[in-house]
Design a protein around this ligand. Structure first.
Ligand SMILES: [Zn+2]
Ligand SMILES: [Zn+2]
Length: 337
């Protein structure tokens, strides 16, 4: 495919999509029903549909029965961890393999002109972004993902929380399922903004930001505090009336869904004419500029409302610069005073 129809490449070789990233259309006023209807299929397919499919797969084929979950032991959590490890190896590994090892689409639609393996750096374990990110995911983040899973499953089996059944509350649970990505976005924005405060950034979040040019293994490369807080979004389902399948979907949308911000390519080619949107650009800009796009894609556009939205356009760039200059002026005024 010719990526020049969809974006521009600068002198360094970095590719950027043209146009603006738009927040979800149902925030527009006056309401634009046509736009909302056109947006809905992309909301469900393919990413959220995949997270729901894996949530169901886990619930029916991986998660042990309630009697087993009721009693904490080493056995069933170890089993869940093993499955999560294998699943992440397959999921993140597939993107890594196809786009970064085989380089199936070379640099087409790639935001950064370099592949991480071309830039060894001292900030990474073994000087390698790939090895560092892989090890941090497997030794830290996936075990913490599993810990969150163990907590809500154990609570469910012991009747802790307001758990509902699909037979009795099909409409409410379906709505909650559809809203879960919005819960994710608000939760992620809140914890992300928190760990961008100077002290916490240095201590916790800088590890994730070592990957300025993120790739699939960067997705879950986190400090343990971030690794837990990020996946703890599923624990909201202990507070709101819910069902374990919805909680599992919430967890998988976080754990597997982290890929979306870190693919490094705007589109994944599926053939000569077919492609899939990665939805990665908003978060790529966060890795590039740090101070913009703390949330996700604008499903709940907190960045837009709070003045940190970068839509990928020249205008977005100007607004970011103006904000930066205002911040600098404030800091200088503070020093002078
Ligand atoms: Zn990231
Ligand atoms: Zn960040």
């Amino acid at each position: 495919m010719d990526d020049s129809h969809f974006g521009v490449r600068n002198k360094r070789g970095d590719w950027a999509p043209t146009g603006r990233r738009e927040v979800a259309p149902f925030w527009a006023w006056p309401p634009q029903l046509g736009k909302v209807l056109a947006w809905l299929p992309g909301y469900v397919w393919p990413w959220n549909a995949f997270h729901l499919a894996t949530a169901l797969l886990w619930w029916f084929f991986v998660v042990p029965d309630a009697a087993t979950l009721k009693v904490l032991s080493w056995g069933w959590p170890a089993w869940l961890l093993a499955v999560n490890w294998v699943a992440c190896l397959a999921w993140y590994g597939a993107f890594e393999w196809r786009l970064y090892r085989q380089r199936a689409q070379a640099g087409r639609f790639k935001y950064h002109h370099k592949f991480p393996s071309e830039s060894p750096s001292d900030v990474f374990w073994f000087k390698s972004q790939n090895i560092d990110n892989f090890l941090r995911s497997f030794l830290i983040s996936i075990p913490l993902w599993t810990l969150v899973q163990v907590i809500f499953l154990w609570c469910w089996a012991n009747g802790i929380g307001a758990w509902l059944t699909w037979d009795e509350h099909p409409v409410y649970l379906t709505l909650l399922l559809l809203l879960s990505p919005a819960i994710h976005e608000v939760h992620f924005y809140a914890i992300h903004r928190l760990i961008h405060t100077p002290q916490l950034y240095k201590w916790i979040h800088s590890i994730h930001h070592n990957s300025v040019n993120p790739s699939p293994w960067s997705s879950l490369s986190m400090h343990p505090v971030e690794g837990f807080l990020y996946h703890a979004v599923a624990l909201w389902h202990l507070v709101i009336p819910s069902n374990p399948i919805v909680a599992m979907f919430q967890l998988h949308a976080a754990g597997f869904g982290a890929i979306n911000g870190h693919i490094g390519f705007d589109r994944i080619e599926l053939g000569d004419e077919r492609w899939m949107h990665s939805h990665a650009y908003t978060h790529y800009l966060h890795h590039k500029y740090f101070e913009v796009n703390f949330g996700g894609d604008g499903l709940v556009p907190l960045d837009l409302w709070l003045g940190t939205w970068h839509d990928g356009s020249k205008d977005g760039e100007r607004q970011m610069q103006a904000r930066y200059e205002r911040k600098l002026a404030r800091m200088n005024a503070g020093k002078a005073g």
